[in-house]
Design a protein around this ligand. Structure first.
Ligand code: B3K
Ligand code: ZN
Length: 879
């Protein structure tokens, strides 16, 4: 960076001096250049200073002319800077006409208007609209948009934008136009435009009030047969939002466009969602069960934004979690209702621990509502999304489903059509329920994952049980001191003899209040005394993960085994198993580093066997319970992450379990076979368990590898094919390369399936993975310009292959840093994501720290570095 980039602060928010009330856009798409004519109806804010100029955001555009109220504006009255245009002497009301030239063909950042294959599309969140037209590009400017698109009819037969279609026609020279009008005010980040050769898949939906909405999914011709699941997911989402929140869709048409080049998953543009094709296209032979679930969840997420994000939007980008945390919570609940609730919760918590907990403990740690940023695109984080969703879930836990719904209703009643803050949401929840959530607000203010310890004491004579809870919120960058958080603690007491949940009566209460209740933990140290406790209990705390904390409850291995078997809360049964496995593996890591043997207790193998063979338990749940905590999860529990020790311990435990339970695993593997192509919940659960067991068996011996090879050859669905290929790809046996070659041969024409082929190799446990990844960059299917390819090969290696990325000689670090530098000049957002694993450099041993730090410094010194990568690099070194 030649100059230090500006830090944007939440405290500096001021309302804009002007707003754009209406914008009429004319986008003339030509080969090699696009001419944009924007007519802006500008209104001055009565409170502005007398001489306040009109400042319009704009970037990478060439100005052709600027007119105000029909007259050319003389050059002395305006100046064009690299990131804005400043116009002086603008009256209270003015009509500006601005014509500019842009080059979507050259746009490799994939922000603004760009080309994906032969199609033109847009991505405007967070600040992409300023690359299309000069505008007040901030979310509190909600304007009415009309858009006319003009293009060559043969190469761009389909022309789409937000809202409803209001006209179309032919023009001379084989060109045509279409006009769209969006009746709802929106910020520019929700603008979208698509032009290209696209095939529509059509359906419709009748809303609760009886209106028929046209549904369209636009894909590249040839992919129409892969849209069924996305369309079903959309219709289910529309119904669910009506039923659960009383929210109906509001336009006559809802469109989704699938594109091949996209920086993230999808985008909720009003009436015209643009999706990464990965989250739309699916057929059983090309997409895995996980892909199906992700598609359902992401289609729902973007659809739900229509109310939480679009109708009510954010005042400024610090409030991002207002729409993202809330919408993630809504999509999680939707998926839980559509599938198995507790399995969904387990998956979400796994995700939170894998991504958000490390973020909250590192140099990029920030509150759910951040206080400052350099590049807003760096703040689309696990904290804003996933921890934000946990915060919303805590309102739901504290207020109950009904109270939460009352709060939502009031929020929409008050704020429909407005750009608001997280505070406004909290106040709506308070007012609708008549409660005071002052302390709860700390969840928005304080970064860091609270550490909670719990200790219990049973007094057999007095029949009382006293539970003492202590919490600390660790210091994070810029926040050395923390206040206690309000923790909703869903809990029960499981009788050690009866194995049943005991009645819960707190000292001072007249009667027991059920066997499962939510306690409010508000102090740094707080005790709860239960009376009438007839037998010694084992406490089951934070049931369903009712607060995003790290809990240390002082359980013995016997307590954990007991809870695994007897807790009525399915989540906590899973949690107990994870805690037991985590503890065992950490002991093994310690033994290894002390030069002792890594021992696996028989009791652990027995507990594992009991879950494995319990036919009364749903296979989907068993698959979750038998999957060991990841290497990343274990690393989180260590002061200094012992990369090699963790890998060795986990692999050793996997082998021991497979060795000791080979007969049971093999029998169940065969018993879980699913005939033909079935995509229902039970079939998905069986495949999950079967493929988990395949992983154990294939890592053990030649028999297991042969099972994998046989499964690979006979697989009828992509889930089974990929699961087998993962096992084969980990092995250095010739069978591995044979399978990879066969997969390549069959699928090289399908970009999304090739992404899987890249990822499997990037995450392979083979010792030569780095050199294979380097070679794969030369594969004709790979391109640094396509974000999916970068993520599936380079991202998978950096974030999903701990031993490869953290190789002791630093070769993995050097390689990824080289790619970050190469990518940064093309696509800063993708470069910055790829770079993120470096931020955790202080967590490793001294030798790795030095290697990582040297790479961060090298990246920081690269000429012309983007703000995106600069922010991660500089904060990593400082924090
Ligand atoms: N709102 C978009 C994400 C935009 C990311 C910009 N860097 C997708 C979503 O969360 O639904
Ligand atoms: Zn979202």
């Amino acid at each position: 960076m030649p100059t230090e980039p500006t830090v944007i602060r939440r405290a500096d928010y001021t309302p804009p001096d002007y707003r754009v009330d209406r914008i009429d856009l004319h986008v003339d798409i030509r080969d090699g250049e696009t001419i944009v004519t924007a007519t802006l109806a500008v209104v001055g804010n009565p409170d502005r200073a007398a001489n306040a100029p009109l400042v319009l955001d704009g970037q990478d555009q060439t100005l052709i002319y600027l007119k105000m109220d029909g007259e050319d504006v003389p050059p002395c009255r305006y100046v064009v800077q690299p990131e804005r245009m400043v116009v002086e002497e603008v009256p209270d009301r003015a009509l500006l006409e601005i014509r500019t030239r842009i080059h979507p063909e050259k746009n490799t950042a994939l922000e603004g208007l760009y080309k994906s294959g032969s199609m033109y599309c847009t991505q405007c969140e967070a600040e992409g609209f300023r690359r299309i037209a000069y505008f007040i590009d901030r979310p509190d400017n909600m304007a009415l948009f009309t858009t006319t698109i003009e293009a060559d009819k043969a190469s761009c037969p389909v022309l789409l934008s937000n809202g409803n279609p209001v006209g179309e026609g032919d023009l001379p020279d084989g060109r045509h136009w279409a006009k769209w009008e969006d009746p709802f005010r929106k910020p520019a980040y929700l603008f979208a435009l698509v032009a290209g050769q696209l095939a529509p898949v059509k359906d419709s939906f009748v809303t609760a009030s009886g209106r028929t909405v046209d549904l369209r999914i636009y894909v590249e011709p040839g992919n129409e047969d892969k849209c069924g699941h996305a369309m079903e997911s959309l219709k289910k989402s529309m119904r669910w939002d009506e039923e659960v929140f009383g929210l109906e869709y509001d336009l006559d048409i809802f469109m989704i466009v699938a594109v091949g080049d996209f920086n993230m998953g999808a985008m909720e543009n009003k009436g015209l969602n643009v999706f990464n094709a990965k989250y739309v296209l699916a057929k059983p032979d090309t997409a895995t069960d996980t892909d199906y679930q992700l598609i359902e969840g992401i289609i729902a997420h973007e659809y739900f934004h229509n109310w939480t994000g679009n109708r009510v939007t954010c005042r400024d980008w610090f409030q991002l979690s207002l729409k993202e945390g809330l919408t993630v919570f809504r999509d999680q609940e939707f998926s839980a209702d559509m599938n198995a609730r507790s399995v969904k919760r387990i998956q979400d918590v796994r995700g939170l621990r894998a991504a958000q907990f490390p973020e909250d403990a590192g140099p990029m740690a920030h509150p759910v509502r951040p206080d400052s940023y350099i590049e807003i695109n760096n703040f689309y984080t696990a904290t804003v999304y996933e921890k934000g969703a946990e915060v919303v879930r805590m309102y739901h836990t504290l207020l109950g489903a009904e109270g939460f719904r009352k709060g939502m209703d009031l929020y929409f009643q008050r704020h429909d059509g407005q750009a608001v803050t997280c505070e406004d949401f909290c106040v709506a929840m308070e007012d609708a329920n008549g409660v005071d959530l002052t302390q709860f607000r700390r969840w928005y203010e304080q970064a860091g994952t609270p550490h909670v310890t719990a200790r219990g004491h049973y007094d057999a004579a007095a029949k009382t049980y006293t539970l003492t809870i202590e919490q600390t919120v660790p210091p994070t960058p810029g926040q050395p001191e923390k206040q206690p958080a309000l923790l909703p603690m869903a809990m029960g007491l499981v009788g050690s003899v009866s194995k049943a949940d005991l009645p819960l009566q707190l000292d001072g209460e007249n009667a027991a209040q059920g066997t499962d209740r939510v306690l409010r933990v508000t102090e740094t140290r707080q005790s709860f005394t239960f009376v009438g406790v007839e037998e010694a209990p084992i406490p089951s705390l934070f049931r369903g993960f009712s607060a995003p904390v790290k809990l240390e409850a002082g359980y013995s291995a016997d307590d954990l085994t007991f809870l695994m078997a007897n807790d009525s809360d399915e989540f906590n049964r899973w949690e107990a198993g994870q805690a037991l496995a985590r503890r065992l593996m950490l002991d093994m890591v310690a033994a290894r580093s002390a030069g002792r043997e890594m021992a696996v207790a028989d009791s652990f193998v027995d507990a594992f066997r009991r879950v494995l063979t319990d036919e009364g338990v749903d296979p989907a749940f068993r698959a979750q319970a038998l999957a060991l905590p990841s290497e990343g999860d274990l690393g989180e529990s260590m002061a200094t992450i012992d990369v090699d020790g963790i890998h060795a311990a986990r692999e050793h435990l996997r082998r021991v379990l497979a060795e000791r339970l080979k007969p049971e695993m093999t029998t169940i593997y065969h018993a879980m076979a699913v005939r033909g192509v079935q995509l229902d919940g039970p079939a998905i659960g069986k495949r999950a368990l079967r493929n988990l067991l395949l992983g154990y068996l294939a890592g053990l011996d030649a028999d297991g590898l042969a099972l994998a090879e046989a499964q690979f050859q006979s697989a009828q669905v992509m889930t089974d094919s990929v699961a087998a290929l993962v096992c084969l790809g980990d092995s250095t046996d010739a069978a591995g390369d044979r399978a990879l070659a066969a997969f390549h041969e069959r699928w090289r024409g399908n970009a999304l399936v090739m992404d899987k082929w890249f990822s499997i190799q990037a995450m392979s446990k083979r010792p030569d993975t780095l050199s294979r990844v380097k070679a794969l960059m030369g594969d004709p299917a790979f391109s640094l310009k396509n974000p999916n390819k970068v993520r599936s090969l380079l991202g998978a290696f950096a974030a999903g292959n701990p031993t490869g990325f953290h190789a002791a000689d630093g070769a993995g670090y050097r390689f990824i840093a080289d790619q970050v530098i190469a990518l940064d000049s093309m696509n800063p957002q993708v470069a910055s994501r790829l770079f993120s694993p470096f931020a955790r450099w202080r967590r490793f041993d001294a030798a790795r720290q030095a290697l990582l730090k040297a790479e961060i410094e090298r990246v920081l010194a690269a000429p012309g570095l983007s703000k995106d990568v600069y922010e991660i690099a500089s904060k990593s070194l400082a924090g």
